[in-house]
Design a protein around this ligand. Structure first.
Ligand code: 13P
Length: 288
């Protein structure tokens, strides 16, 4: 089937009271593991890769594998560029066939972030691709480097959404990429204020280490897409270490299975699509 567009995936998830899992991948094992998890739960997902990871796996190799897996999947799968800071890389991703891109101008002053995001919107329009942007600053970079966290100002979110017309807005609410040192202190009060004033689907970065209850609360406050990277990377590293002595192919199989398990657990926590399996426990949890 055609690669799914993030705009449609988020609208459907919102209507069904769940969030789409967006999994950061860097290998064929991760790509296939995530797609198999989505197929097992008959729930759409997003495969994504951050610009900072393309030094290891070039866009035209990894990106094409992501697109090919998405086309062959039995459920809708979107293909997304995460945390792009370069317009050239955005243009390459769009040309390769990615159906959405995130422009990350969170390190810039708000006005410049808006201007650059508007330029990305112009680039994406001819492709019909969806655009995500970030307001405030999520702690640590996607590559795990330190960077100051700064919660989004709800007024800035209103202005940003109105002036850019982005399809999805990542709001920083004390969340951080990588491993949380203690229990994450998430500012649900800020999220509630943004949700009350902004109609744009909201995105949660830094999903690793957040529990199912907190996910459910945030989905009730407008979160429609949740990013998971570190949990997938750690599961692959552990599976590779534990199985290295069994030879390359057993190790690769263990990585694929670990990827599927991590993705499946998270998709189940974010809510599965209603379907013939009859299971949609998340809807009941949200509407309580
Ligand atoms: P984690 O690495 O904390 O799962 O965050 C992923 C993410 O937000 C990618 O953009």
């Amino acid at each position: 089937m055609p690669v799914a567009n993030m705009r449609a995936l988020l609208a459907q998830a919102r209507a069904q009271g769940r969030a789409v899992g967006a999994f950061s991948v860097s290998s064929l094992e991760m790509i296939l593991g995530v797609v198999r998890a989505a197929e097992a739960l008959r729930t759409p997902v997003i495969l994504q890769v951050a610009q900072v990871r393309l030094g290891l796996m070039p866009l035209r190799v990894l990106g094409r594998a992501m697109l090919s897996a998405a086309q062959d999947a039995a459920v809708p799968v979107g293909v997304h560029l995460d945390h792009a800071t370069s317009l050239d890389v955005v243009a390459q991703a769009l040309d390769t066939g990615f159906t959405s891109v995130m422009y990350d101008g969170s390190a810039l002053p708000l006005a410049q972030n808006m201007l650059n995001t508007q330029e990305v919107m112009r680039l994406a329009r001819p492709y019909g691709a969806a655009v995500e942007a970030e307001v405030g600053r999520v702690g640590r970079t996607e590559a795990g480097e330190p960077s100051p966290a700064e919660c989004a100002d709800p007024g800035d979110c209103v202005a940003f959404a109105a002036q850019t017309g982005v399809d999805a807005l990542a709001v920083a609410i004390g969340n951080a990429h990588g491993v949380y040192a203690g229990a994450p202190h998430l500012r649900l009060d800020i999220l509630a204020q943004v949700h009350a004033r902004v109609d744009t689907p909201l995105v949660l970065h830094g999903g690793t280490g957040i529990g199912p209850e907190a996910f459910r609360s945030m989905i009730g406050l407008g979160i429609c897409k949740i990013n998971i990277a570190t949990a997938l990377f750690q599961a692959n590293a552990s599976a590779a270490l534990a199985n290295a002595g069994r030879g390359y192919f057993e190790m690769a199989r263990a990585c694929l299975e670990a990827s599927q398990q991590v993705a499946q657990e998270h998709i189940a926590a974010f809510g599965v699509a209603p379907g013939e399996k009859g299971g949609f426990p998340h809807e009941r949890a949200v509407s309580r």
